[in-house]
Design a protein around this ligand. Sequence first.
Ligand SMILES: [Zn+2]
Length: 506
Amino acid sequence: MNSIFRSMKQAAILLTIFHLVSVVVIAQTPSPPLVINKYSKLTSYPELSSYVELLGRKSGLMKTEIIGHSVQGRNLYAMKFSLSGFGKDTTKIKVLIFAQQHGNEQSGKEGALLLALELLRPVNRYLFNKIDLALIPQVNPDGSEVNQRRNANGMDLNRNHLILTEPETIALHQLFDRYLFEVTMDVHEYSPFGEEWKKYGYRKNTDLNIGTTTNLNVAESIRKLSDDDYLPFIFSYLHARNFSSFTYSPGGPPEIDYIRHSTFDINDGRQSFGIQGTFSFIQEGMNGKDDSIDNLQHRAEGQMAGMRGLLEYTYSNKGKIRTLISGERKKLLSADPGQKISVQSQHIANGQFLTIPLYSYYSHNDTLVTVKDYRPVVKSIYDVRKPSGYLIPKDNKDLVEWAERLSLEQIPLKKYPGEHFVQYRITSVDSADFEGDRVADPQLASDILKELPPDHGFIFIPTAQLKGILVVLALEPKSMLGLETYHRYAGLLKKGSPFPVLRVEK
Ligand SMILES: [Zn+2]
């Protein structure tokens, strides 16, 4: 009797101790380095590493995974939040948020670390009844350590999502390919403090700019939900939390250069996923005025609020987004040759003026400015028909390795009745305007080859795959977003020569 009583008492003491320990563990979930450093210093890579590894060890909700390594060998971390084993519960919606592709845009990383702590609070656990979240606080640790935009190879990672030559972007896309996230967001900063704007007398001053997918080949239903539903939601969500926001509108200053509604290239973190049927966004916070630390608490908290808003929207609209995405992805996967793909576009005006909030260097107040040269509409100026697939010569090492880096599906080539092969000939190489830059614009003739090229000489990339439209945009010689616009593939266009990639057509 005595001993039972004793063991019951021991059990009660043990339970109390256990309870105390668990309370202490929750209370001890450590603050992010930024908070510990009182917002006076950026989080270094060693601080970030130990913080995300510590959270991963302590939390039952989040596991930290190393998804790759930077050029200089630093770890690329994904924090994977899930209540059910990441990616295993197929009724959940998968969200990928990644920050700091540009190393000198520090508030995205800081905001992501603040968000991680916030999401581990029990009060926010409900989000993970519906969501599996992968949060990458820092895509470019090498750039971050020296506060530079590019990675250690001198590459702009946010222009690398089509050629995928850098270990950082490769790791990001491999993670995407593994889980096929339905929702993605790429987190950046913008700097409004340039001399040109100062001369103009005004500058942008919003805490956050939010951009949607704008390439014409991204499914219209995705673009529509983003513009008509998500943007109004996130603007009011941020407003309620005392952060100002606006649509991502590059260009300007007004009267000197036009302002457009985003860019339509697909080599960035937003559209390279959007083109694969993903509900995908860019968010940019404002850079520090004098240095990266200026106003850092407000900037980091703003970035966190924007990311948190995306999760809230996704939580409330899970069913709608999932239905939309699965429908659009089915279309991409089913063979649909003949579909029109826009390979050249431009921004045009539609008579609408843009009213944009700007900070006045004269009055030191925010004021509304009307922009007359505003070009919000993306219009196709050259379409091609989607073929069944493309043939890449096996002896073209650059192209074969590109297809491998992108993990493009390759299948054995079979000849179907009525199928033939088209080879372009380049008759001249002109140039065309692309958002203020000049890009090559070849003039083409084409030859129909009735004979099947020897199978061993080519790899066949079908367009009926998730990356099918991306493949068309990469491999069409007239595409202003194509491989041949990158220095290392410029040799694909030689006047008087055949274009080495063949179209397979019915
Ligand atoms: Zn950026």
